[in-house]
Design a protein around this ligand. Structure first.
Ligand SMILES: [Zn+2]
Length: 217
């Protein structure tokens, strides 16, 4: 990579969040050879629980529903396969039942194969109550819950370092650009082009902990 380099340029940001947002957006627009991981803004999927009834997770896709406003979404996965593996890992860790989770068929009156091996706590065969199984499922999923966009519209996230101030404009977890003043930032607003997983990963913690200065635009 160094041998192929001809020129190095840099852009100064007012803080780490601005640097991460800029990096993710440059990777999306410039498609650099060595930044494979952040490069594609591909389709995402997540597990969603129904609004009522037994909590059986259903696989949903970002092309079908708006991930920034849909409730009861858990995990962000780049493929159906990785979503299935993640749910399986949660089930294995907490001894949840694949059958009760809707991932395999249960023969009536019999426990699942994993219950025989003590890998399922037995919600399928009456060894554990359905309520207890579902409560443990909900507690495990809570750790990977996708947060809905918590503001009525776009916001400006303010970062300041020495004499540099930047207002990063964000709507529905999607980064729309930065400006040096709030007035200029409010002109940057446009419709958010849908849920952005990179934006979500960078911004979720700083915004949900409330430690950053935020202006409603
Ligand atoms: Zn079972």
């Amino acid at each position: 990579m160094l041998r192929q380099s001809r020129r190095i340029s840099y852009q100064r940001t007012a803080g780490e969040i601005g640097a991460l947002l800029l990096e993710a957006s440059l990777i999306k627009t410039m498609h650099p050879l060595f930044n494979q991981k952040l490069r594609r803004s591909r389709q995402l999927c997540a597990w969603q629980l129904p609004a009522s009834g037994p909590p059986v997770p259903e696989l949903v896709f970002s092309t079908e529903i708006n991930f920034s406003s849909s409730p009861r979404l858990y995990g962000l996965y780049s493929s159906r396969r990785s979503a299935l593996l993640a749910l399986q890992a949660i089930a294995d860790l907490h001894k949840l039942c694949y059958g009760v989770l809707g991932r395999e068929k249960l023969a009536s009156g019999r426990g699942c194969f994993r219950a025989m091996l003590q890998q399922c706590a037995g919600a399928c065969c009456g060894k554990e109550s359905r309520e207890s199984h579902d409560a443990r499922l909900l507690a495990a999923l809570e750790e990977v819950q996708v947060q809905c966009w918590p503001y009525p519209g776009a916001i400006g996230l303010v970062e300041t370092f020495e004499d540099t101030q930047q207002v990063h404009v964000i709507h529905q977890w999607c980064y729309l650009g930065s400006a040096n003043t709030v007035e200029a930032a409010s002109k940057l607003q446009c419709t958010a082009p849908g849920f952005d997983a990179d934006g979500y990963k960078i911004l979720c913690k700083p915004l949900m902990t409330g430690r950053q200065e935020v202006i409603l635009l």
